[in-house]
Ligand binder design. Structure first.
Ligand SMILES: Nc1nc2c(ncn2[C@@H]2O[C@H](COP(=O)(O)OP(=O)(O)OP(=O)(O)O)[C@@H](O)[C@H]2O)c(=O)[nH]1
Ligand SMILES: [Zn+2]
Length: 228
């Protein structure tokens, strides 16, 4: 699948101003990238790596803070827009936007892969099964879906648009780190992000840790009481 840049504009937010870039694949599926301090690379200059780096004004030295801070965020309408307490997505998105603004250089890749890639209606079907006592992973399997149906293949094209091939990645999900490292984007550092844990989603977080390989503290339940 190929991904094409369509258009961009500025986007002022309560965290600060971002540039918002729109990408589309052949099926018309849209993905969104918010950036700070990352000039667009002229595709005509792409063959020559050194001039691009100089053009970007980044990576002029090799110290970690000059490497852009990047968050790959999968769409979660219920968490991102409706303040759902069933997951940690909304607080994660806000914390990442804030951290990227403070760092002065970075990107949010907002991937339209709602419900770990099964879509919103199927995620709500999975929520209905969770209302009956099944966990997030079993609910997906009971509906005939894999535990996680996402891909990160669009990330390379999106990051190439702003000349980024090394990142400090904000995530607890080792799949994202592995995917980037295997596909030409070097993850220099994984930056953990533990926000938005509460009494309602503590079991969901524990399932992600115990059954889905997420790199989360052992004492999530304790954290729930002072990290709302
Ligand atoms: N199918 C399904 N999707 C869910 C459920 N809860 C959240 N999601 C989706 O899961 C995605 C977020 O995935 P998470 O596992 O929370 O986090 P992650 O992106 O893998 O990892 P981090 O980078 O550490 O946040 C979003 O697309 C949500 O819509 C659920 O119970 N079932
Ligand atoms: Zn969510």
């Amino acid at each position: 699948m190929s991904y094409q840049f369509i258009t961009s504009a500025t986007l002022p937010t309560r965290h600060g101003e971002f540039d918002i870039h729109m990408f589309e694949n052949e099926d018309g599926q849209e993905h969104v990238m918010l950036t700070v301090g990352l000039p667009v690379v002229d595709p005509k200059l792409k063959q020559d790596k050194e001039p691009n780096n100089a053009l970007n004004g980044q990576k002029t030295d090799d110290t970690a803070p000059s490497i852009p801070l990047v968050r790959i965020h999968s769409e979660c309408l219920t968490g991102d827009a409706f303040s759902s307490l069933k997951c940690d997505c909304g607080p994660q998105l806000n914390a990442a936007m804030q951290a990227i603004q403070e760092s002065g250089s970075g990107a949010i890749l907002y991937l339209r892969q709602e419900g770990r890639g099964i879509g919103l209606t199927n995620k709500i079907r999975a929520y209905a099964l969770q209302d009956q006592g099944h966990d997030t992973l079993d609910a997906n399997l009971m509906l005939g879906f894999p535990a996680d149906a996402r891909t990160y293949e669009m990330c390379s094209a999106m990051l190439a648009h702003v000349g980024v091939d090394e990142v400090r990645l904000i995530t607890n999900n080792p799949d994202k780190v592995a995917y980037l490292n295997d596909n030409g984007i070097r993850v220099i550092e994984r930056v953990p992000l533990l926000v938005g844990v509460n009494d309602i989603n503590a079991d969901y977080m524990a399932t992600k840790r115990d059954r889905m390989g997420h790199l989360l503290d052992k004492d999530i339940n304790t954290k729930a009481h002072h990290n709302k």
